[in-house]
Write a new protein. Structure first.
Length: 517
């Protein structure tokens, strides 16, 4: 859900609600009435009107996590909101997050139904939207953790990460040559997608020459993300889905066809490439080169059918791209706001790596400040601030409250990571809070779970952290990020570099003059 979509929803809401009210009056009353009659202790929440539930009372112009955090101050750590005819349970404390993600992990390790799932889960084969009890989910999950995103795979793809990041920096450099200014948010926005594409297909994606098939998939993917991000009224009021009031299903149908075509084209190219492998290449584990080669070489009961292969590709793209771009963009943005912290990070790089070579992933354990900047970025700006909604099939009792069946459970990381009873000066960006602390991104404490926790916790955690840590170190080493006088961070953030010699002979070199000592 992005803010633009919410604004859009608000603008067009009056007539839409009018139609909905006429069509389905009474249905929600019936749903809610059943529960009230049984006098169950429901979590507190805002009042709900027939049909539309509490939607008219929500401040839809705000980002959802902020809106829910504000509501949490009024209604408490566990809230029940009827949005349309659907129950949404919002969790705003570490204690309650532990209840749902640890104590009751089994019951809530599913995903709520949604219209999107009917289209781009490739016939129910997506790991992201599948119930955790599905045997295919367990097989895919094992494959993601043990094979596709394993420490061995991550180590094997380090050259590719470096290559892609240098291409991004080169792009920035070329823009600087032309204008002396670069919008970093724009520059970094395609990095995550390029990295994911490379890891999946083993093809070079960034830079000027992009293979046509890769470009087509990237464009289709961006289109798909835009549709997925829309709030669909049919999800809130399933009984009027047939009206498709916002035309979203028409768009989804179109996007599904295009995704299928572009992913299939790339898979076919990979098949062709594999058919030309020499016996030596096969002997030397050529199928370990990239994720698609690995998937296509699975045999016997491990083999994935066409829908499953496409679903794996799409899941990796959608879960792994934006999180990286957003994380890196926010880290740089925070450093632009704090020049002293920025300088400390540069000093650390200087001391550990020096100026004669580029930083490598193997340097990262010796760069604790840069690692803490990434950790703090994920605290203040978690890429998935409400996780991905969890769901339960059956009604359930949690901490003495009745949670209706088929609820959408949203864990509000925004509230957890700003809890003043746990965090000192929670609104301050202060990476040093992690010095000597035993907080880890793996979820050693439920106040800090940027990757989620438990059965549905992110399988890309190691890849995500490796990429963000290294990406930040390289971006800091190669570019002297500055906010030009008068530029406002809230509008756009712009960076420039003083030295014209960062790239020599098309190759990246670290120029001592980059660092303003
Ligand atoms: C900084 C980077 C990342 C962050 C902060 C992040 C965070 C998350 C979060 C919060 C979830 C939802 C957990 C839940 O529902 O409880 C998730 C799910 C997921 N992530 Fe990540 N992620 C990152 C990078 C990646 C990468 C690089 C990949 C793979 C290329 C990836 C693959 C996935 C998948 C497949 C899921 C769905 C798991 C499931 O439903 O079982 N993530 N991630």
């Amino acid at each position: 859900m992005d803010r633009g979509v919410l604004d859009q929803l608000q603008l067009s809401s009056s007539w839409i609600w009018f139609v909905i009210t006429i069509v389905v009056t009474g249905m929600t009353v019936a749903a809610m009435g059943t529960i009230t009659k049984r006098r169950l202790k429901l979590p507190p929440g805002p009042p709900a009107w027939p049909v539309v539930g509490c939607l008219p009372f929500l401040a839809l112009g705000q980002p959802p996590e902020v809106m829910f955090a504000n509501l949490g101050e009024k209604y408490g750590e566990l809230m029940l909101l009827w949005m349309g005819s659907r129950p949404y349970v919002v969790v705003s404390s570490a204690r309650m997050a532990m209840e749902f993600l640890k104590t009751h992990d089994q019951e809530f390790a599913n995903r709520p139904v949604s219209v999107v799932r009917d289209y781009i889960s490739f016939k129910g084969n997506s790991i992201i939207s599948m119930p955790a009890s599905n045997p295919l989910y367990q097989r895919l999950r094992r494959m993601f953790v043990m094979e596709l995103l394993s420490p061995k795979k991550i180590a094997a793809s380090k050259g590719l990460r470096k290559d892609q990041m240098l291409k991004m920096l080169q792009g920035i450099r070329e823009e600087l040559d032309a204008s002396h200014r670069v919008d970093f948010r724009m520059a970094v926005s395609s990095l995550g997608l390029n990295l994911s594409m490379c890891m999946i297909f083993g093809r070079h994606c960034g830079g000027k020459v992009v293979p046509k098939e890769i470009e087509t998939l990237a464009l289709t993917f961006i289109k798909a993300v835009k549709v997925v991000a829309k709030i669909n009224i049919s999800d809130l009021l399933p009984s009027i889905r047939w009206l498709d009031l916002q035309g979203i299903e028409v768009e989804l149908r179109d996007v599904e066809v295009q995704l299928r075509k572009s992913i299939t084209d790339l898979i076919e190219l990979k098949r062709l490439e594999m058919s030309r492998w020499s016996p030596e290449e096969i002997e030397n584990d050529a199928n370990e080169r990239d994720i698609m080669s690995k998937i296509l070489s699975l045999e016997g009961e491990d083999r994935l059918n066409d829908d499953q292969q496409m679903a794996v590709v799409f899941a990796l793209l959608i879960a792994g791209s934006d999180s990286i771009s957003r994380g890196l963009g926010k880290a740089i943005e925070e450093l632009l706001k704090q020049p002293l912290l920025h300088k400390r990070a540069l000093d650390e790089l200087d001391e550990v790596v020096g100026r004669d070579r580029l930083v490598e992933e193997s340097d990262m354990p010796n760069l604790p400040l840069i690692q803490n900047i990434v950790k703090e970025t994920l605290r203040i700006h978690p890429p998935a601030p409400l996780l991905i909604p969890h769901g339960n099939f059956e009604p359930c009792e949690v901490a003495g409250y009745h949670i209706p069946a088929k609820s959408s459970v949203l864990i509000n990381l925004y509230a957890l990571s700003r809890d003043p009873s746990f965090w000192e000066r929670p609104l301050e960006f202060s990476p040093d809070r992690f010095i000597g602390s035993n907080l880890t991104v793996q979820g050693s404490d439920f106040h800090y779970i940027p990757f989620g926790y438990g059965k549905r916790g992110c399988p890309g955690l190691n890849l995500g952290m490796t990429t963000l840590n290294y990406g930040l170190a390289l971006c800091l080493q190669c570019i002297n990020w500055r906010l030009p006088a008068g530029a406002k961070l809230s509008e756009t953030y712009v960076a420039w570099k003083d030295s014209p010699d960062m790239f020599l002979d098309g190759e990246l070199r670290v120029d001592p003059r980059l660092f303003n000592k």
